[in-house]
Design a protein around this ligand. Structure first.
Ligand code: SF4
Length: 267
């Protein structure tokens, strides 16, 4: 059962600790994309939700009203949507909070950075074009849509995300591909780069992290869908090894002559 709750909040633009972002905006708490590896599940604790991650969303219905007008405070500052939800998750079709937030942000002219797993972002091309500095990233963790259904059940199919990149680029919007998290033995990042390099300005790579309750979720999924990989994952994460160093080296060797790239690996 999905628990949806409309909620009024007091603030919507928050200072960011993420590299490269000054502020973040999260129009929703919770995310129906329900990715098996979601790093944002720690939000349950902060928002007193007892339900499973992916089965609740708080809809911040007054979020657009909280964007201040007539201020130069955000001009040239990077505002990132979204850090702990997907601003284009399925509910956005009905609620349009992200769209109304963008409308309010245009006069403030921040450097806008959007990252999503949904082709719904195409709906807002007309608004995105009105930002002098705007980047849109599509997250792609696999080119295999069977695997995508396992790990990101309600996010857009991979082919739609690639099509979205192409359309955004044709509309003159800067695009990047976020390849992350890289799932050992499953994410074929070479294929992702080759399939999308014509539509992206640069690539970002991130490894799978298993802190907090993420490991429990990933482990349960592996047990059911890929039991033969469980031991290998345990070796990577719970014994000393250089798996991610080797992976980073392979990415550098592959990308150097081909595309602009950034690696964000945490061991
Ligand atoms: S799209 Fe992002 S926030 Fe939403 S479930 Fe997936 S990883 Fe979490």
């Amino acid at each position: 059962m999905i628990n949806l709750r409309e909620k009024k909040v007091r603030t919507i633009i928050t200072k960011s600790k993420l590299p490269g972002a000054d502020y973040t905006i999260n129009p929703y708490t919770g995310c129906l994309h329900n990715c098996v590896y979601c790093y944002a599940r720690f939000m349950k604790k902060f928002t007193n939700h007892l339900e499973c991650w992916g089965s609740f969303v708080d809809i911040k219905i007054n979020a657009p009203d909280l964007i201040p007008q007539n201020t130069a405070k955000y001009q040239g500052k990077v505002i990132f949507l979204s850090s702990v939800t997907d601003a284009y998750q399925p509910l956005e079709r009905k609620y349009g909070l992200t769209r109304r937030i963008l409308q309010k942000l245009i006069p403030l002219q921040p450097n806008l950075c959007l990252q999503t797993k949904s082709d719904l972002v195409l709906r807002d091309i007309d608004l995105l074009k009105q930002f002098k500095n705007c980047e849109v990233g599509l997250t792609i963790t696999t080119v295999d849509d069977t695997l995508r259904k396992e790990i990101e059940p309600l996010a857009s199919p991979v082919s739609n995300r690639i099509m979205a990149l192409e359309k955004l680029q044709k509309a003159g919007i800067a695009t990047y591909v976020f390849i992350g998290p890289i799932l050992p033995f499953l994410t074929n990042w070479r294929k992702i780069v080759l399939k999308t390099k014509c539509f992206a300005k640069y690539f970002m790579f991130e490894n799978l992290n298993i802190h907090g309750t993420i490991w429990l979720s990933v482990k349960n999924w592996l047990k059911i869908k890929h039991p033969q990989l469980l031991k290998s994952y345990e070796q990577i994460y719970f014994t000393p090894n250089d798996y991610w160093q080797k992976e980073a080296r392979a990415i550098r060797n592959f990308c150097q002559p081909l595309v602009d790239y950034r690696i964000y690996f945490h061991h």
